[in-house]
Each structure stands twice: as C-alpha cells, then as structure tokens.
Design a protein around this ligand. Sequence first.
Ligand code: ADP
Ligand code: MG
Length: 729
Amino acid sequence: MSSLRFTAFNEVLHRTPVAPLVSYSKSSEIYGIRVFNKRAMREFIPKEAYENIMEAIEKGTIIDRKIAGIVATGMKAWAMSKGATHYTHWFQPLTGTTAEKHDSFFEPDSKGNAIESFEADKLVQQEPDASSFPSGGIRNTFEARGYTAWDPTSPAYIIGKTLCIPTIFVSYTGDALDYKTPLLKALNAVDKAAVEVCQYFDKNITKVNATLGWEQEYFLVDSALFNARPDLTMTGRTLFGHIPAKGQQLDDHYFGSIPERILNYMRELEAECLMLGIPVKTRHNEVAPNQFECAPAFEECNLAVDHNQLLMDIMSKLAERHNFKVLFHEKPFAGVNGSGKHNNWSLSTNTGVNLLSPGKNPKTNLQFLTFFINTIKAVHEHADLLRSSIATAGNEYRLGANEAPPAIMSVFIGSQLSEILDEIEKKVKAGKMSADEKTDLKLGIGKIPEILWDNTDRNRTSPFAFTGNKFEFRAVGSSANCSLPMTVINTIVAEQLTQFKKEVDVLIEKGVGKDEAIFKVLREYIVASKNIRFEGNGYGDEWVKEAEKRGLKNIKTTPEALEVLVSKKTKKLFLAHKIFNEREMEARHEIYLETYTKKIQIESRVIGDLALNHIVPVAIRYQKVLVDNVKGLKELFAGKEFQTIAGEQLEMIKTISERVSVIISSVNKMIEERKKANKLEHGKEQALAYCHKVKPYFEVIRYEVDKLELLLDNTYWPLPKYRELLFTK
Ligand code: ADP
Ligand code: MG
C-alpha cells in the first residue's frame, strides 16, 4: 500500500480552517496602508518636491537627483514609521517570476555607531548580479552586471519588514532584461499616438493611459496531496490521472458557495491585497471543482501588471499558512477546465473619458468608433503577433482545447455593433457625400449608446471580445506576466492609430471635411478587417474550417508562434516605435524557446520517472497478487470449471502486461527522442523536436497509466487521485 498517498489524504481529512490574520470592518480602513501612495507622499515629502515628482510621473519626464534624494528620505521615514528595516528593488526578469535582493537601511560608521540610511542612489539605481537571470546572449560573460532603475509610476510598498521599490531591469548596455521596460515604452507609444488622434475630437486631451483589468483564475489543492504528487511539485500540473466519476458536468461549482477553508484563505488574501493597494473586488468559484477567480477594479496598465505579479506572489505565500498550494498552471488537470487570465483593456484620457465607451452624442460616438475600429484593424494586421505574445508551454495545453479560446485570433463585437459597422460600410460613399447623407449617418451613430446598453450577447468563446466598454483578451494564460500581451496590444494599436492619423490628414489636406475624412478611412478599415470578425462559436470545429477559408492562421504550437517575434514585420513594427531593438527581440525569442524546451524536457523526465519507478512497479505487484490467486484457484478447480472461475482474472493479468509493455517501450522511445533533441544546437530546432518528437509520447503513456489506475487495487495506487485532489475540502 502506498503510504504517502494515504498519509497525505489522512492529513487533509483532519485539517481545520485557519482563521485570517487581519480583521477589519471596512475595506477602506486598510486600503493602501502599506503603499507609499499620494497620501503618504504628501505627508512625508515637502510640498514642492511632491508637486515636482507628480508632474514628472504625469509627463514621463526624468526626475533629477536632488528631487530623488528628497523622495528617498521621505520614503525611508515613511517605511521606518511602518516598521521596515530593509529595502529591495523589485523587478520582473524574464524567468517569469519576480526578483528581489534585500538590503538593510542599517549603515555602520567608522566610530562604531550606526545610522539608518537610504539615499537617492539607492532609490534610483542598483546593480544586482545579472548572471543568473536569462539574457538570451545579451549579457557578455565578462560583464555580468545588470541595472535596476526606479519606476516612479508604480508606488513603493511594504511587505513584512521590507520596503519594495518597483524597478526596470536592464543590462549594462541598456538592453532590457525584463518585462517592464518594453511595456513602459509601449504605453508611451500608445499614449502619444492616441493623443494625436484625440485632438480631432477634443483639444483638452493631452494624455491617454492604457487601462488593464485582469481576471486571475487558479486552482487550490491541499498541500499534503500536492506534495505527494511529484508531477505537481516538479511541473505544476498533473501528468497522469484519470478523470473522476464526477467532474464539472453538473456545473454545480460555478458561482457555488465557497467552503470555509477556502473562504478564510480568500479573506486573508483580500486583506493583504487591500493593504498593498491592489483593489480586489470579485471572488468566486470557477467552472471546475477547486477552481477560483479573483479580479480587481481596473487600473493604469503598468500598475495593474505590477499588481498582478504581486498578487500571484502573495497568493503562493499565503497559501502555505492555510495548507494549500496555488496552481497557476494553464492546464493542471486533463479533462477539467484550464485556467486563463483575461486581460480587459481600454484607453482612458486625462479628461476622464474611456475611449472605448460609446458616448452620448454623435461627436463622442465618432471618437468611440475611431478607437473601436482602429483596435479591430490593429488585431487584424497583427493577429500572429498577438498569438505569439501568449505562446508558452503551459498555454499550449489550454489553447484550442474544447473549453479555451482557440489558437485562431478573431474579434467578437456583438450583433449591434456589427450592424453599425455594416451601416457605415454601406452609407459612406467613395465620392463626395451630400449633406443629407452626412446627417443621416450622424443620426445613426448617435443612437449607439441606447442600443449598446442592452447588448447582452456575450460570446465567451472568442479570444478577443468587445464587452461594452473594453476589449477582453481571453487567450492569456493564468501563469503569464500580462506585460508581453499588453506590450503587443498597445504597440499594435499605437501603430494603427499613427497610420490612421496619416491617412485622415491626407484627406483633410485634399479638402475633405474632418468628420467625413474620418468616416472614409474608418470605412476602409471596416472592409479591410472584416475577416478577423467572428461572432459564432469559437470552440467548434466549424470555426477551424471557416477560419482556414478566410485565410486566418491557426498557429497551434509554441515554437511556431514564437517565430513571429522575430519576423521581418514584427521587427519593423517594434523598431519603428522603439519598443525593442533587434538584439532584444532575438534574445527574447531565444529565451522563450529555451524556456519551452526546458519545460517539456522536465515534464518528459518526470513522466518517465513516474511511469517506470512508481506506476509499473505497483502494476507488477498487483499483477503478482492476481497470478498467485489464479494459481491457487487452479489447485482447487480443474478443467472447464477453472476456466469459468479464473477467466476474467487471466484477462486482467494479460491486460496489465500489455499496458505495462506499452508504457515501458514508449518511455524508452521517448528517452531516445530526447537524446536526439538534446544534441541539436539551434534553439528553434530543439524546441521543435521537443514539440513534435518528444511531446507526442506524453499522451500515449498517459493513456495506459490512466487505464491502469482504473484496473489496479485502489490501495496500491501511489498518486493522489483526481477525486482526492479536486473534491476534498
Ligand atoms: P467577466 O464577465 O468577464 O467575468 P468581470 O466583470 O468579472 O467580467 O470583469 C471585468 C473586468 O474588466 C474587471 O477586472 C474590470 O476591472 C475590468 N474593466 C472594466 N472596465 C475596464 C476598463 N475601462 N479598462 C480595463 N479594464 C476594465
Ligand atoms: Mg472575463
């Protein structure tokens, strides 16, 4: 009998809920109390310096050393008043997690005394050893230095006794080694391009912020059961496991009541988030058993990305206290819904207008349509790049599976907006439009808000859907850093808006009225981007066929999707907007390929290990029990009678042998393929070999193992089963 599985299960049965540490009556009481936000800054920084820094943040200008020094002093005083003893630069290297290196404020002097010190230099810049972070060849081996530099647009905060300062992370040559650097550049690009276009409509608009509201899905598994599964501990997902008799078919988990142990965890998580200024609002059960979602109010994109990274970090740490493990993997359980991270995206102006929210009159609606149609056009032009921004080993198991958005990029806008676009297409003439025709058109678009408010057709199967006042990019994986998809969306929209401005200006110069010029270009875009619009069921096979007819790409694998990151078209786009230089793009491509290869390699090794060292031995042990039994029966019964009595057991003995044989031979073949793949020198060839030669064995081996799970004595089975992982509360 497998003791580990049963000891773990026993532990779970005796768990008692752990009460949350923080108690509060109103969220507003604790909101942001651990953040060096505007309120704290006003208290700890002299007025002039405060105004100076606010202006620099607003305009994106450089903060001079003197001001930085004043901020550092204020920040230290604030942090120490909250009990902080250490500080760290907090950054997002390309490992996909966050990194920190703690230093003490404590500074001994030559006389044997000590002071608490934190100067401008320490706030503004640090030099962590970059050699253990992925650089894709950017960093020379003799030059291991990397720099972290303060991002004043994302406020510092305190965790435990440490002041954390969000920073970018670059090599000594200035090349980005992180996720934040290109994101900030893309946000700047979309700001500039959008402001220029806004000037057609409202001269008061001088700043446009991209906004992001993510929805984080995750699974919670008891830590004892987690630890009893080497596949979960090593890869974050189950590599074997038969689906339980009851899965999610009753739909009884979705929005169901939340069990106390889990609720306690969520309560504590929310308190932590609120204190750190993460405006979490929503919590609910998801479709699958033990699957949940957490979502905040939307924020400025850079801050929202930081908050999501921070959230994932806190979630993992807090889970320990409650004896849970959080699974962020996109597909932790076969046959059970995977997890995503919907990225709700929009653009918001300094005048408080959401540019993707239909307005109250024809003028604001023309503005809305401009941004709406340009976004669709941007996705149409750069669908492949958008696809590549979410390409990871984990997401590959989810995309295109029957409950997740397909790997085909398309845009859903709903029937009412489709009608409006059709109207524009019909009514806007190539030649000069009459006054009546123009009035007619304006009346038409003036009606948008009334119609939209009762727009209830929400298509959940689209990877990129318009949901009333924002676009929702649903194909992002649950473990992803939102930065890359957000860098791509904001860059392609910046590019599209720049293009739009040029085309409209050409018409205006030719004497066409401004509104008419805008309509004319929008009409062209509607026609040009029609192919990407799809209102039907994105999960169906029909769509795969239809998309192929339309010429839309269905990039199924990660290595192929990543190729787009270094295509000529992508390079031109990113260079034009100064988001990445060529070296940075090549480096990222290499890093992502390598990460992919390593993940599949680890999974493959764990599969081999589990199959040969855990599953096959118990199968044989159980088979021996059957063999002994049959032998015993043979002593007692003879001839025909023996056949009747032992026939089924003999079949079982044979079946076990057959399955064990397939498992052993498949593992051996897989190892051979791995050896071949490891000899390949190019990152791309290697990733492709792992994808097309090694990975196909996963399913073959799993199929046999999962069948054995149904056949063997329950007490022999070494791994906690799906029903134990998913249904014990
Ligand atoms: P769903 O039906 O997709 O689950 P929710 O209401 O749970 O929708 O989530 C909506 C998400 O959209 C929230 O995270 C919210 O912050 C975000 N959101 C709302 N408006 C905007 C906006 N203007 N920009 C970005 N995100 C937004
Ligand atoms: Mg959503």
